[in-house]
Design a protein around this ligand. Structure first.
Ligand code: PAF
Length: 283
């Protein structure tokens, strides 16, 4: 595996592949790699000639300084894992390389309600920061395909919107959420949970499964309240939201009329750690 920290160096290698018409698959990450990331990387390897993984803890998408400082960083371990997975290229730039001092780091793109609801309401500016860095990565790497997990469903939706609005020549490939054996969605943040918090965290999955089991038979709003109450039975959870929404608009649904479009989404704090998860209710 070749590792690059400078844009000009990675571009030099990638240009060689583009000149030969080889396809580049791209998996953007913030490191602390787990099986969820590996599933994206393996898919990229299957579908492309060359796979690039980026590791960059993107400061402008954090809305809380403590969260940014405490975010797990383990580049050596990650790099070893990527080598074992036979990933072709790791791109791990420093902050100044991605955001040269004095350069504008906001995106002037209208996301409508997509970046205002749910995560957007609790973390204003977060999706702008994600969109800026992903756009920059696309410009640097010029991938044919980029892989995103459905665990961050709102992020996936925002990125799809950006790609469509700016007509970027990249295919966005959504990948299924990978879960631990007790159902907890894999996330780098799980590493920051204490042992007792980690045990409680799987209750998020239980509530999503309860919602899925009752979807269609209980009115939407009633089921949403029932699910919220179930979450609240764990006093350690500080719930930001539990919503039943349309997968495209991310707005709350009032009926079960378009079942294939319906998703339950939640975010909550467990101690200092904010966890998010979602589930398609009729798939
Ligand atoms: O999902 C993530 O890990 C990040 O939001 C991403 C896509 C790597 C952008 O920083």
């Amino acid at each position: 595996m070749n590792t690059y920290i400078l844009i000009k160096d990675i571009q030099k290698e990638l240009q060689g592949y583009l000149d030969k018409n080889l396809s580049i698959g791209f998996v953007p990450t913030m490191g602390a790699l787990h099986d969820g990331h590996l599933s994206l990387l393996r898919r990229s390897k299957q579908e492309n000639d060359v796979t690039v993984c980026s590791i960059f803890v993107n400061p402008i998408q954090f809305t809380n300084q403590q969260d940014l400082t405490g975010y797990p960083r383990m580049i050596e371990q990650d790099s070893k894992l990527l080598t074992e997975e036979e990933i072709d290229i790791l791109f791990a730039p420093e902050v100044d390389e991605m955001y040269p001092p004095g350069e504008e780091s906001r995106m002037d793109l209208d996301f409508g309600r997509l970046d205002k609801v749910m995560e957007g309401k609790y973390r204003p500016g977060h999706f702008n920061g994600v969109a800026v860095v992903v756009r920059k990565f696309f410009d640097i790497i010029r991938p044919a395909r980029a892989y995103f997990g459905k665990k961050d469903f709102q992020q996936l939706t925002v990125i799809r919107h950006m790609v469509e609005a700016l007509q970027l020549p990249v295919e966005i490939v959504p990948c299924e959420t990978v879960r631990e054996s007790d159902g907890l969605a894999m996330s780098s943040r799980n590493l920051m949970l204490s042992i007792s918090e980690r045990q409680l965290a799987s209750r998020i999955y239980d509530v999503l499964m309860f919602t899925k089991a009752n979807a269609g038979s209980v009115p939407v709003k009633k089921l949403q309240v029932m699910a919220q109450k179930r979450l609240a039975e764990t006093p350690e959870f500080r719930i930001d939201y539990f919503e039943i929404v349309d997968k495209q608009t991310l707005l709350p649904v009032g009926s079960w009329d378009c079942p294939e479009q319906i998703l339950a989404c939640t975010a909550l704090y467990l101690g200092e750690i904010r966890l998010i998860d979602n589930m398609e209710l009729f798939s």
